[in-house]
Write a new protein. Structure first.
Length: 167
């Protein structure tokens, strides 16, 4: 399964290291996070359309869909209602462009850098190239609000979108 990580916030790193998480870290962890971020930042340019097939996009889930290319397949994920809030039923609408997957795609919800347990959204066909399902993003006890949605498209791969939710 080929995986390409795309589609996070433009300039995602400051957001991922939100104030709330940095203050809680001890100095050692803070140093590690800083080093990790610098290392990741240096990798970022390689994620941006190096071969014309991949495209890095912003994912402001409150404003519109998260969109990315998974190989040659255009994947768009819309979460509603907006703003996207924790602890309420959300509708996930996935658009798959081009050739359709043999089996239904699905989404795993999780937090960046934290195991929140399994939270899978199963999708069912709604129309040509449109799949829909519902799920709930829980409220993290730590107060962190950065979540990720990993979209699995059978026989194609997976793509991860990182976004923030409202409490
Ligand atoms: Cu959490």
């Amino acid at each position: 399964m080929l995986t390409k990580q795309l589609g996070t916030y433009g300039g995602a790193h400051p957001t991922l290291l939100g104030e709330e998480s940095l203050v809680r870290l001890n100095p050692k962890a803070r140093l590690f996070v800083t080093i990790f971020c610098v290392a990741t930042l240096s990798l970022c340019p390689t994620l941006v359309s190096p071969d014309g097939k991949t495209k890095r996009i912003d994912c402001d889930a409150h404003a519109g869909p998260c969109v990315a290319y998974l190989e040659a397949t255009l994947v768009s994920l819309e979460m509603s209602p907006k703003p996207v809030k924790a602890m309420q039923e959300l509708t996930f609408t996935l658009g798959i462009g081009g050739e359709q997957p043999a089996a239904n795609p699905y989404i795993d919800l999780g937090m960046v850098g934290m195991d929140m347990g399994r939270n899978r959204v199963n999708l069912t066909p709604e129309a040509d190239g449109v799949f829909r399902g519902t799920g709930v993003i829980v409220r993290c006890p730590s107060g962190r609000r950065i979540w990720k949605a990993t979209v699995f498209v059978p026989d194609v791969g997976s793509v991860e979108f990182v976004f923030d939710v409202v409490y």
